[in-house]
Design a protein around this ligand. Structure first.
Ligand code: AMP
Length: 398
């Protein structure tokens, strides 16, 4: 057994998975919620057993990890220190282009990136610190959401702002969801039985957060999220791209201060702002019941994605496949059909029967004669983090 523990620490949550990298199987997974609130909870899952749910206050991430380890003790699975711990870290800036073994210096650099991801990096750091304290002899590896996109050319990442100011404040496109885009690109190539380095792909991560990436030869050459995960496609609660003049307009004409605008754009916009729900299943239900706002919201959501695929086909200069992933991308046949309906001009033709068939496996949903293959590939960010963790701590150590 090669146990690798994957931790994904949010500001008030801790998601975890224990994988046996001998056969890539999941030994256990779970979620600690509402850390720092009065009523927290832990849900611990082991394959073939009923989930273990424990309510109770969990004041901090250290206590959260203690609870997780106690759950492992009771249910088995992790009796000794793991072989390595892989941590999801949201922002690696332009410093981290791959998985990195954490030492004091690396931790300090992740800390210096907090201004670029004030909600995410502090939680990720908390996760690293508690895991280091519990397992001092175990390698800790940071796997960055931004890393996959660090090879983007300057014409894709540079914003047209005064150079000195942008450089001083580190303002550029970084992109996110990189672990997912990288994983589904590789899996798509394997599914197509074609070398990844010869493929031009557009990968669409459509979940609560949504982003697109143009992937040439296995490298991201453009992506829709920017300095922060607020840019690009319309999302569950995030606006995605706006005319930047709207921010000043909201302030001057709407009387909103900056923090209020930030909250508005991150938490109250997107599908929630347009249709009253950030859950696409609910938006569909409303639209089916005749709600015109929900119907329009779905049209806006799909139109933005379709335009982005078109733009990325131009960026790539060629398009071999479009890959759908994450909660919406994997499950929502209607969104997939609407996005692809306008892409006939690129040679995209979806097969309705294939599109509506349900499966947990990577699959082709385009018609046999479609010039561009359309795929649905379930993402697995935890597995990808564990793979990258194992790669960096050295398979030789097994
Ligand atoms: P994620 O962030 O990847 O967990 O994705 C969350 C989004 O996926 C939410 O908008 C859900 O409504 C959507 N979703 C999950 N399952 C389905 C489904 N069966 N059909 C449509 N949307 C779904």
């Amino acid at each position: 057994m090669i146990p690798v523990l994957v931790l994904n620490a949010g500001s008030s949550s801790l998601k975890y998975q224990l994988l046996d990298m001998d056969d890539r199987s999941v030994c256990a997974s779970g979620l600690v919620e509402k850390i720092g609130e009065d009523e927290g909870s832990l849900t611990h899952r082991t394959p073939g057993a009923a989930p273990l749910t424990e309510p109770g206050a969990i004041p901090d991430h250290g206590t959260a990890l203690d609870r997780v380890l106690a759950a492992f003790e009771r249910t088995g699975g992790l009796t000794e220190a793991p072989f390595a711990v892989g941590h999801r870290v949201v922002h690696g800036g332009d410093r981290f282009s791959g998985p990195t073994v954490v030492d004091d210096d690396v931790l300090e650099q992740i800390r210096e990136l907090v201004p670029l991801a004030p909600l995410h990096n502090p939680a990720n750091i908390a996760g690293i610190e508690v895991a280091r304290a519990r397992y001092p002899g175990t390698p800790q590896v940071a796997v960055f959401d931004t890393a996959f996109h660090t090879a983007m050319p300057p014409h894709a990442w540079r914003y047209a702002l005064p150079r000195n100011l942008a450089d001083r404040l580190r303002i550029r496109r970084y992109g996110f969801h990189g672990t997912s885009h990288g994983y589904v690109a590789r899996t798509a190539a394997a599914h197509l039985r074609r070398p990844l380095d010869q493929l031009a792909l557009v990968t669409l991560h459509l979940g609560n957060g949504c982003s697109a990436a143009a992937v040439a030869g296995g490298r991201s050459i453009d992506t829709s999220m920017g300095l922060t995960p607020l840019g690009g496609l319309v999302m569950g609660t995030r606006s995605g791209d706006l005319d930047p003049g709207i921010v000043a307009h909201l302030h001057r004409e709407g009387g909103l201060d900056l923090d209020t605008i930030d909250t508005l754009l991150n938490k109250e916009s997107g599908m929630r702002g347009l249709a009253g729900s950030n859950d696409l299943r609910e938006v569909h239900a409303k639209a089916d019941a005749g709600d015109p706002d929900a119907a329009e919201a779905l049209a806006v959501f799909c139109y933005r994605i379709r335009c982005t695929v078109g733009a990325y086909a131009a960026a790539l200069g060629r398009l071999d496949a479009v890959v759908f992933t994450a909660g919406i991308g994997e499950n929502d046949a209607d969104v997939r059909a609407r996005v692809c309906a306008g892409l006939g001009v690129l040679g995209v033709e979806v097969d309705d029967v294939r599109n509506t068939a349900r499966s947990r496996e990577p699959r082709t949903i385009s018609a046999d004669g479609s010039r561009v293959v359309v795929l649905v590939v379930p993402t697995d960010e935890e597995l990808e983090i564990a793979e990258q963790t194992l790669a960096v701590v050295g398979g030789a150590a097994r």
